[in-house]
Design a protein around this ligand. Structure first.
Ligand code: FAD
Ligand code: SIN
Length: 517
């Protein structure tokens, strides 16, 4: 058993920002960060475009950024949240830079601002096309300087500890008391008891198989919160990024940043038509939901497997400077962007919904907070505006920090039972996990993708039910393994996406059902 004032699940931008802030202000309080892979592995590490922040007061304004966010969210954003997040941007950026994060500057030494779909102005602060890796580096560096932060890599949160697990009468109802954690090196499961637990466990992209997300993005936090009876909302709003590189082998699809279209690249079909001109007056820079749905429509019409991103008319030296990572990746795939078009296809990218939180990041379960991609704040509505996610994580990590600063840590002695794995045996049939995972991903891709229909959604419930039963049986009989826990979590997340999709009767933003026309 381990004790902490704060247990933070996840070491991406959300978890690290909160941890650094609280540990700096309260050296006597302890923070334990657990993370299931290497400490830097996260969606954050792969963020390319940057952080949307209003900095150019001559051209841009909070009002414009708020407006762009509301338009992208298609009427479902919480306006108070939008205002709070966007106005919080400049201060949070300053903080990040004070911790050592570097961002590109222009010839006059001002921060260089990029543009992405749905933005009416240049406002995306970036570090070349590896912004997330730079932020992650700086945050980890700062976290390691603080002695009251302990980072435990390769530690997997299996489940939150709630009243369901304990009988101690001192335990306040509807509360979280920490988590059961699997130490992957020693293969032991132990208890971390915490006064407050923060879920900062990121997204769900792997549910779809074809995704820009790394393998860690299996929706564990959302599934754990769901099992702990926390409220979850807007799960139908899965955001598909329009331009993942087509047919790269490997687990994740490499992203061609929207900032490349902001830099002037065109989308073309195989005949060379700039088809986006026929869909939206903003063409390639329409918001992400519109571009992805348009590409999906084109592919269904033509039977093609992908479309193209044409950069051949751009200043290639400037391109290489701004997008060295993308340039290099294309080169490795034998794509010379000076002469070749880049084959691209939409891929699952981001979850707009998640665990409902209030302005302080509190969930509906006492002592349980959520921040970053696993949370649902109301900022994104039905479709997230590009580069608003890193911003949201920074601002909400700050809000949770402010809330915690105003509250004493109340450590209560509680009798928490150890993890019980009686009656289970080593999982010999790894093939069963792999088989069910493949089935689940195929189901979500084919039936619950960009364009949904009532009949496909209904069928998906039946198919999911079969997978659910098999996975639950496996879970009850086998010794815990990470792949099995992740699969179980992905089944829970898929259930939420499908059910909340069925409940949505009007198409909005990233949710498109052909029967709702
Ligand atoms: P993450 O960064 O994903 O961190 C989650 C952490 O939780 C990880 O450390 C993970 O290991 C850990 N974890 C998960 N489950 C468990 C468990 N069971 N036990 C222990 N640990 C666990 N957004 C922008 O605003 N701008 C961009 O330019 C941008 N570009 C992107 C490009 C790509 C390719 C991708 C995939 C996303 C991009 N996004 C961008 C989205 C943004 O990066 C993410 O939404 C954001 O980084 C999420 O941060 P987070 O801290 O919430 O989660
Ligand atoms: C990108 O660089 O295209 C990703 C930006 C984002 O997801 O916000």
């Amino acid at each position: 058993m381990m004790n902490a004032n704060y247990l933070v699940i996840g070491s991406g931008i959300a978890g690290l920002t909160f941890s650094v802030k609280i540990a700096e202000k309260f050296p006597e309080r302890t923070v334990v960060i657990i993370t299931k892979s290497n400490e830097e592995e996260s969606n954050t590490k792969y963020a390319q475009g940057g952080v949307a922040i209003v900095l150019n007061a001559k051209k841009d304004s909070f009002k414009k950024h708020i407006q762009d966010t509301l338009i992208a969210g298609d009427g479902l954003c919480d306006e108070a949240v939008v205002e709070l997040v966007i106005k919080g941007g400049p201060k949070r950026l300053e903080e990040l830079m004070n911790w050592g994060a570097n961002f590109d500057v222009d010839k006059s030494g001002n921060l260089d601002l990029g543009k992405e779909g749905g933005h009416s102005e240049y406002r995306v602060v970036h570090h070349k096309d590896i912004t997330g890796a730079e932020i992650e580096r700086a945050l980890l560096q700062r976290a390691h300087q603080l002695p009251n932060i302990t980072i435990l890599p390769h530690h997997f949160a299996i489940d939150l500890i709630t009243n369901h697990h304990i009988t101690d009468s001192k335990a306040k109802a509807n509360s979280c008391f920490g988590a059961y954690v699997l130490d992957q090196k020693s293969e032991t499961i132990f208890t971390i008891k915490a006064d407050s637990t923060l879920l900062a466990s990121g997204g769900i992209g792997r549910v779809y198989g074809h995704t820009t997300n790394p393998v860690i993005a299996t929706g564990d936090g959302i599934a754990m919160a769901y099992r702990a009876k926390a409220q979850i909302k807007d799960m139908e709003f899965v955001q598909f990024h329009p331009t993942a590189l087509y047919e790269v082998e490997g687990e994740s699809s490499f992203l061609i940043s929207e900032a490349v279209r902001g830099f002037g690249a065109y989308l073309r079909d195989k005949k060379g038509n700039r088809f986006m001109l026929g869909y939206d007056e903003r063409a390639e820079l329409a918001s992400r939901d519109i571009v992805s749905q348009s590409i999906d429509n084109e592919l269904k019409k033509t039977g093609d497997t992908h479309v193209f991103l044409d950069c051949t008319h751009l200043d290639i030296d400037a391109f290489k400077k701004h997008f060295p990572n993308i340039y290099q990746k294309c080169k490795e795939q034998y794509i010379d962007i000076e002469t070749d078009w880049i084959p691209v296809v939409p891929a699952a990218h981001y979850l707009c919904g998640g665990i409902i939180v209030d302005l302080d990041g509190k969930t509906s379960v006492n002592n349980l907070f959520a921040c970053g991609e696993c949370s649902r704040t109301g900022l994104h509505g039905a479709n997230r505006l590009a580069s608003n996610s890193l911003l949201e994580a920074l601002v909400y990590a700050h809000n949770i920090f402010k809330y915690q600063s105003g509250h004493d840590c109340k450590t209560i002695e509680l009798n928490i039972p150890n993890w019980n794995d009686e009656g289970t045996c080593i999982a010999k049939e790894h093939i069963l996990i792999q088989h069910n995972l493949r089935q689940l991903q195929a189901l979500m891709r084919d039936y619950v993708g960009i364009a949904r229909s009532n009949s496909r959604l209904k069928k998906s419930i039946k198919h999911l039910d079969l997978i659910y039963k098999e996975v639950e049986e496996l879970y009850k009989q086998s010794k815990i393994s990470i792949s099995l826990c992740e699969l179980r979590n992905m089944v829970n997340v898929s259930h939420l996406i499908i059910n909340q999709s069925i409940q949505r009767k009007i198409n909005k933003g990233g949710y498109y059902n052909i029967d709702n026309m």
